[in-house]
Design a protein around this ligand. Structure first.
Ligand SMILES: [Zn+2]
Length: 379
């Protein structure tokens, strides 16, 4: 039952993704609230569903899984973050999302650093006032670990504006997600270390805790969690509006003084060179430009024809479409060919992939040096 509900969600989001771009009439809407009555009017907020593409990616995605449900953290994060983004928008904010489906934010084959940094690039490009990264925690081997916390920037002289966001959200989660309210973490994490934009990583519950895992499978749960995070974000904006506006202006000026070459960016959506390369792959795979997962094997063979030039290159990949999923089997001699196929399918909106492609051991990623999350000891 649980997995059925989840499958329904995935299918729905897949259909939604494919439908984008078709000419649908705009949905009837109620008369909008006047801009001045919206508590987040003027705010530009980054909203990040942590991880992404855990089910198919062979590059870094990290993320935990529900101990019984086996739900990927990337999916639970997205369910909660989707609700959060809706609430922030209804509140009047301009919301900048890093992803809206279950996929990576940087290309397949990118490093862990690049996958994390891509999210910051998106926030810096949009000049957000602050950002929220939605995650769920894990304490392997400690199934009773429970509660919620939030992470904020380390190594900054005056951390009030950074800490306040984590604090307001962690306070708002109290009583909505299972307690206790854990101590905030002043942590050395890429998302909070590598930008001066205020941001927090919210760790709303332990997916390794069987009771919490069960709770997350309730279809109403993501909305409840999102409402709490929203409440915290709203308080933060109200209390710190003037300071956040001033800080944003300062950071925009600082970034303008040190411009970055867009062709070096890790974020898929911001790098023109990457977009050109992947567009060429897609054009070779699907010359009709009508992505259809049922045609997956033709796409693979088209790729082979266009990109596998050497007779010596072993390429035995075959595709099929089973139970709503693209299934990839076979082997490549060159990992880049695997990456190209995955990146092409993602660009085509085909992100439900069972990826069984083999490539040489020597071309596999080295494991990330440290686990992303260090769960604090259970109280
Ligand atoms: Zn996470």
């Amino acid at each position: 039952m649980r997995s059925l509900r989840f499958l329904t969600f995935l299918t729905a989001s897949f259909i939604l993704f494919v439908a984008v771009g078709s000419s649908q009439p705009p949905a009837a809407t109620q008369a909008p609230m006047p801009e001045s009555d919206k508590p987040l009017a003027g705010a530009i907020i980054g909203s990040d569903a942590g991880h992404g593409g855990q089910s198919y990616s062979r590059s870094y995605t990290a993320g935990t899984r529900g101990v019984d449900s086996r739900m990927y953290e990337s999916d639970l994060n997205l369910l909660c973050e989707t609700e959060l983004a809706k609430l922030l928008e209804e509140g009047g904010a301009k919301v900048i999302r890093t992803r809206t489906v279950d996929q990576r934010v940087s290309p397949e084959g990118s490093s862990n650093k690049q996958e994390l940094h891509a999210r910051l690039e998106i926030f810096e490009d949009a000049n957000v006032h602050f950002f929220i990264s939605v995650h769920h925690n894990a304490a392997p081997g400690a199934p009773t670990a429970t509660g919620h916390t939030a992470i904020f920037k380390k190594d900054v002289k005056d951390d009030r504006i950074y800490k306040a966001l984590a604090e307001d959200i962690n306070n708002a989660l109290l009583g909505v997600v299972p307690g206790p309210k854990r101590e905030l973490i002043k942590g050395d994490y890429h998302l909070t270390r590598e930008t001066d934009i205020p941001g927090t990583i919210v760790e709303s519950g332990f997916m390794t805790n069987p009771e919490y895992d069960k709770l997350t499978q309730d279809p109403d749960y993501p909305r409840k969690e999102a409402e709490a995070i929203y409440k915290g974000a709203l308080k933060y904006w109200k209390d710190n509006k003037a300071e956040l506006i001033k800080l944003r202006e300062e950071l925009i000026a600082k970034r303008a003084a040190n411009p970055v070459d867009p062709n070096t960016l890790a974020a898929i959506q911001l790098n023109p060179k990457y977009k050109g390369e992947v567009a060429a792959i897609v054009a070779a795979m699907d010359p009709d430009k009508k992505p259809d997962p049922a045609k997956i094997d033709a796409y693979i063979q088209n790729y082979k024809k266009a990109y596998v030039k050497s007779e010596a290159d072993k390429f035995t990949v075959a595709g099929s479409f089973v139970n709503g999923k693209v299934v990839l089997n076979g082997e490549v001699a060159n990992r880049q060919q695997h990456n190209d196929i995955i990146n092409g399918l993602i660009a085509m909106g085909l992100n439900r992939i069972s990826n069984n492609i083999k490539f040489p051991e020597a071309q596999k990623d080295k494991p990330a040096p440290t686990p992303e999350w260090k769960a604090t000891p259970a109280p």
